[in-house]
Design a protein around this ligand. Structure first.
Ligand SMILES: Nc1nc2c(ncn2[C@@H]2O[C@H](COP(=O)(O)OP(=O)(O)OP(=O)(O)O)[C@@H](O)[C@H]2O)c(=O)[nH]1
Ligand SMILES: [Mg+2]
Length: 411
């Protein structure tokens, strides 16, 4: 049966009605939920027991009675008590924002790692609420009876869930170790690694697809990508860089989700350059940029070289584009979908690599010249002079690779 939902949000005076519901609606659409109505209550903070006032709840109750609404979606996270009380009061299924995001993650997780990550996040997030809820537990993996929540059973459920989380975490650890080995192998080379990060739906996968010419899943939905994907791309300088498509960010992403997805987000941590992709047609892009920068701060232990790329310029009028160009003079403006300015983007990447890479002029023996050719995809070099057995070369590339080559060539 299709979920027909009522959206509910509270807010202080600063947010507009439209702003508040747009993202929640998009999240619901991704789950194929039909949004029947939206209700908004102005209040400074949520009621600790019922989230909103009882009067408003009664209104919602009569609204539900006269419609086909079968679930309530709240634009916030609920405490276990609020959730229990509202469900009891309205007698329909209640979703909070993190639960909706978890549902989407569940729907979009296709890899073994993704599925484990989602289940861990889900159990961890819902643990305080699920305790003693026999029915939900059996839906989540079975093993627990459906009798009423007696003391003993409560204890049993608690142990069961905690055990289950432990087993899942162990399984995930094994996969992560494998991934670590693969990453080390793949990235043993000193190739520059660039992570494409950004708010969900900014066009990250579309961009990687355009850069590689490969078909990569992209969709006008939230969190289409749940695992990272890395591909080699040739830059205008002839160098090769590895671009990685990553999981999208969203405001107020619950720490339990970040924790469960830490291994996926780890790819960002190990990249040399971060490309922040923004949707230029989104009026909320500044708030989203703030979310991206804050999330990055929580993942990356030190500031990495980054640059901003405004995507979807095909969707905005020229005046707005010019305004953005003046405000963000360092940024690149592209349309991944329409293949606009991708060459400019790659030139910018080359420029940044030059900036963060080392340049040296060294003398090496003639017989070691092959070393330079061995690394030709990762460095730039120019022969300046040849004298007897020695060659004078100007070399630029990632710092650690330059050090390595200098060592090898001076054996
Ligand atoms: N008009 C237009 N649409 C674009 C552009 N780039 C991407 N899109 C569309 O935006 C939607 C989201 O694109 P994705 O590439 O899936 O976005 P993403 O950032 O990978 O999103 P998640 O993986 O869900 O976080 C898709 O419908 C794309 O076709 C663009 O330059 N112009
Ligand atoms: Mg994607």
């Amino acid at each position: 049966m299709k979920n027909k939902c009522l959206l509910l949000s509270i807010s202080g005076p600063s947010n507009s009605f439209l702003e508040i519901f747009e993202e929640l609606e998009q999240l619901c659409k991704t789950l194929n939920f039909e949004v029947v109505d939206k209700i908004f209550q102005k209040r400074l903070k949520p009621d600790p027991k019922y989230y909103i006032g009882i009067g408003k709840l009664e209104k919602i109750n009569s609204l539900i009675e006269n419609s086909q609404i079968n679930c309530l979606v709240i634009n916030d996270d609920l405490s276990p008590l609020q959730r229990k009380n509202i469900e009891k009061f309205l007698n329909i299924k209640v979703y909070d924002r993190t639960e909706i995001i978890l549902e989407i993650f569940s729907k979009h997780a296709h890899t073994k790692e993704g599925k484990l990550q989602v289940e861990i996040a889900r159990l961890n997030y819902l643990l305080p609420y699920l305790l003693g809820k026999g029915k939900e537990l059996s839906r989540l993996g079975g093993g627990v009876g459906t009798r009423g929540p007696g003391e003993k059973e409560l204890e049993y459920s608690k142990r069961y869930i905690k055990n289950r989380i432990k087993i899942l975490k162990n399984n995930l650890k094994k996969l992560e170790n494998n991934r670590e080995i693969i990453r080390k192998k793949r990235f043993k080379s000193d190739t520059i690694k660039i992570s494409i990060v950004g708010y969900t739906n900014a066009g990250k996968s579309t961009l990687l697809s355009k850069l590689t010419g490969e078909k990569i899943k992209s969709k006008n939905e939230m969190f289409t990508t749940l695992s990272t994907l890395s591909r080699k791309v040739k830059l205008p300088s002839g160098r090769i860089a590895i671009f990685t498509d990553t999981v999208g960010f969203i405001r107020n992403l619950h720490p339990k989700i970040i924790e469960a997805f830490h291994s996926t987000l780890e790819e960002i941590k190990y990249s040399d350059i971060i490309l922040i992709l923004l949707d230029s047609s989104d009026i909320e892009f500044e708030k989203k940029l703030e979310t991206v920068l804050n999330t990055l701060e929580s993942i990356v232990p030190y500031e990495k070289p980054y640059f901003m790329v405004f995507n979807k310029i095909d969707l905005i009028p020229n005046e707005h584009l010019n305004f953005l160009k003046t405000r963000f003079s360092e940024a690149v403006f592209i349309s991944a979908y329409k293949n606009l300015n991708i060459d400019k983007l790659l030139l910018q990447v080359d420029k940044l690599i030059d900036k963060i890479t080392k340049q040296v002029t060294i003398e090496i023996k003639n017989k070691y010249l092959h070393i330079l050719y061995k690394y030709k995809h990762f460095i730039n070099f120019k022969i300046l002079d040849i004298q007897n057995e020695n060659v004078l070369v100007k070399l630029s590339g990632p710092e650690n690779l330059i050090t390595k080559i200098t060592k090898e060539a001076n054996r």
